[in-house]
Design a binder for this molecule. Structure first.
Ligand SMILES: [Zn+2]
Length: 174
């Protein structure tokens, strides 16, 4: 694995190796194997599928926010997803009104109902860089995604103040 520091993706690892880290709550596993042991990893497919939908829904919510207020999306502070929903945090003093949240929710659900194909493109120059495509949107992302927006459940969007200069937009399944 090598890291190219003189390109557009300074943190991108090239070489296709995937590193799995053990969460602190699973550290007890360390007693069961040591460095060099071969292990079998299984994926909880129910949870993975929900996270895939949740992750894709975050992209759709991002698109809906961008369509209403494009200056906000350039100030993303963070993103978090869970099986039941997700959120985007923005570095801004702006506070979305309830009317704006309703418009964002309607736009996001309209994108979902339009069942738009969301293919993944590989960067020809950097094979470990992936792009999520949806209509005119092309977002660099290596996460797991649905094949089209129609696989995402309809969402309910809300907002929350999380301190000075920060705004949170959240969604949960309807
Ligand atoms: Zn993604």
């Amino acid at each position: 694995m090598c890291c190219h520091s003189n390109i557009n993706y300074p943190d991108c690892k090239i070489g296709g190796k995937i590193i799995h880290k053990i969460f602190s709550e699973d550290l007890y596993l360390l007693n069961k194997f040591t460095t060099g042991d071969e292990v079998i990893i299984t994926i909880n497919t129910d949870r993975r599928n929900l996270l895939t939908q949740s992750h894709s829904a975050t992209h759709v919510m991002y698109m809906a926010i961008d369509l209403l207020k494009s200056d906000i999306v350039t100030h993303i502070l963070g993103c978090h997803i869970k099986p039941q929903g997700g959120r985007l945090d923005f570095l801004t003093d702006y506070r979305f009104s309830q009317e704006e949240i309703k418009i964002i929710e309607e736009k996001a659900n309209s994108i979902i109902l339009d069942n738009i194909p969301t293919p993944i493109e590989v960067d020809p120059k950097y094979p470990d860089v992936r792009y999520w495509i949806c209509g005119d949107y092309k977002i660099p992302c290596g996460g797991t995604h649905t094949k089209n927006t129609g696989e995402i459940p309809l969402i309910k969007i809300s907002r929350k103040s999380i301190g000075a200069g920060k705004e949170r937009v959240l969604f949960q399944w309807k």
